[in-house]
Design a protein around this ligand. Sequence first.
Ligand code: F6R
Length: 615
Amino acid sequence: MCGIVGYVGPQSALDVVVAGLKRLEYRGYDSAGVAVLADGGLAAAKKAGKLVNLEKELVDRPLPAGTTGLGHTRWATHGAPTDVNAHPHLDNAGRVAVVHNGIIENFALLRAELAERGHVLASDTDTEVVAHLLAEEFAVTADLAEAMRLVCRRLDGAFTLVAVHADEPDVVVGARRNSPLVVGVGEGEAFLASDVAAFIAHTRSAIELGQDQVVELRRDGVTVTGFDGRPADVRSYHVDWDASAAEKGGYDYFMLKEIAEQPKAVADTLLGRIDASGSLRLDELRISAAELREVDKIVVVACGTAFHAGMIAKYAIEHWTRIPCEVELASEFRYRDPILDPRTLVIAISQSGETMDTLMALRHAREQGSKVLAICNTNGSTIPRESDAVLYTHAGPEVAVASTKAFLTQLVACYLVALYLGQVRGTKWGDEIHVVIRDLSQISRAVERVLGTMEPVRKLARSLADKNTVLFLGRHVGYPVALEGALKLKELAYMHAEGFAAGELKHGPIALIEEDLPVVVVAPSPRARSVLHDKIVSNIQEIRARGARTIVIAEEGDEAVAPYADHLIRIPATPTLLQPLVATVPLQVFACELATARGNEVDQPRNLAKSVTVE
Ligand code: F6R
């Protein structure tokens, strides 16, 4: 939700900031704006719509050249996505510019106070109050970092703020509470951004900002303090991917590239976690084996696609560890007073590591004394920082708003956690674990094979471009896969899509079936429990008898489903619990192709943002 960039150094601030915003546009694309300090003053430009509108504006009305600046790409919360509500926001004298990600909950009160003191506010945003408050504090302190600390102490809510002041031309100041902000440290230059992708072309040296911290950037260094002014401890790290990883690399869309990267992402997530003897090594977990042996309940919290990964994880966790496992939507979790205690292990799954609902759920769990293990793709993000332990997925940067490779790696990480629990608690024999690990190691090649057979899926998707509804059915782990297929179609193709447990069909949803309605069915392996497979064959017959057009995803060699499938999508045979790793891939390709055929923006679907940092 909203992307922020700040820069100070020898380069053109505008060039650095606009290039950074391009890499952050996935975070929001309602409007964009920039400000630079130049010639003793401050110049700003902002425009509703995508970044390209701002770029046109900068060609028509160029800003003066400067080497200190900031920029913003917005996902609107307060105020419609108009030019005037776009960030940056300035004070009345036009000396301070500020950009913001998050929500300032007490803005109405602050706004009323400012109005009483004669300030004129132009926008409907919560952000503008900060520019005016900073101007007031700077008039007293003549120190932007100190002004920021004083202002932050008066704000409620979640916020990342970045500001510049024309009277401190070589300084950029940032502040962080709950929303993400990272610092990039280069040679004689420094960067601030919501995500390292914004500055990775310039430096791979990064600093994590902690909760309630203010950072002052100058060309020759970075100073971090708490909101109280005390020096803060910070963690520096090296970003382990380079600029090319955040480029499209010849693909039309990031999503296509990210789908294609899945075999590598899966392999990378296993890398280094299996020792020479075939046992699991998860030394990075900071929860001891003794503590894991005490766990008597597991609760998975996550949102959206990550929630579907959690639903699949439940099957593996309960089967391999015999520990009861609940899966909860993070946005619902803390409101229903969940029963948690120190023996509950909470697993928080998040690609971005910044999803506010998930963050709030994990904070609630820790307050109740439970241990939290994060499964996360983003080094240094808030969710792993605030958890007791973390297992990173190594998917590399995921830029397309619709999650693909992160999902597969979340599954791999969940399987590793489940097996590890089985290993330390002795609920699985060593040789059983070796067999699953061997199977997992072969999945990367299976995904590669699926990707090589997707042309008929693309053709089928194009032929359905004028449909209004697609249903998805599955049983067992195929049920969350069906939910994930439906979610991908909704968000990308803007079609009505719903996933159901196939057995539930007869309890209501079967009334939706009508002539030629496309229904995608994820068939379990016939080698699983034959009763499960037999039941899905019956379900396919039931819907076909009522006119549905059946699209069946089935394992190679599964001939029993073939007579009832209008379209058959083959996937390699895998063990039952691992099938989602291959069965999801055709559904991703299907949704991506349908979105393209319907003329939708694949990487930036309407109304969405990749990192959801508001509740
Ligand atoms: C769907 C999608 C979202 C995210 C959800 C959680 O394609 O990407 O549903 O999965 O917003 O995001 P993270 O994993 O960053 O917590």
